[in-house]
Write a protein that binds this ligand. Structure first.
Ligand SMILES: [Zn+2]
Length: 127
């Protein structure tokens, strides 16, 4: 017996197109940031306090933006991988079914509502 489902079927092809478009936009922005040669030397910004400080701070802000873009990109990549694996719509952490309404609102969801809330609480920032 196949599992019966009273949820309307998700349009996985439309979701894949949406995720791929999102990935292309975000990865373009991330590689644009990464290509800046100054980015790698930002750790030494404390050496010279002076006219370079404001510039250094704005660089750090850019790095922060790059990191959040990157984590969004990782989620999008993971959602695409799940489409390939056939596990799309199944929570990566506990294996529960992610409600179709949540997937429609956030196609890059790889966790159920409860696990996503836990993940946000456990890992507000990377160390
Ligand atoms: Zn879960």
């Amino acid at each position: 017996m196949s599992a019966s489902s009273d949820e309307p079927t998700l349009d996985l092809e439309a979701i894949r197109r949406d995720l791929e478009a999102r990935r292309d936009v975000v990865s373009g922005r991330v590689s644009g940031l990464a290509q800046r040669p100054e980015l790698g030397s930002a750790q030494g910004f404390g050496k010279r306090i002076g006219d370079g400080t404001v510039e250094a701070i704005s660089r750090l802000t850019e790095i922060g933006v790059g990191r959040s873009l990157e984590s969004g990109l990782m989620r999008t990549e993971r959602a695409l991988a799940k489409l390939d694996e056939g596990t799309y719509g199944i929570c990566d952490r506990c294996g529960a079914t992610i409600p179709a309404g949540r997937l429609r609102a956030m196609p890059d969801s790889v966790l159920c509502v409860a696990c996503a809330a836990t993940a946000r609480r456990d890992a507000p920032r990377r160390r």
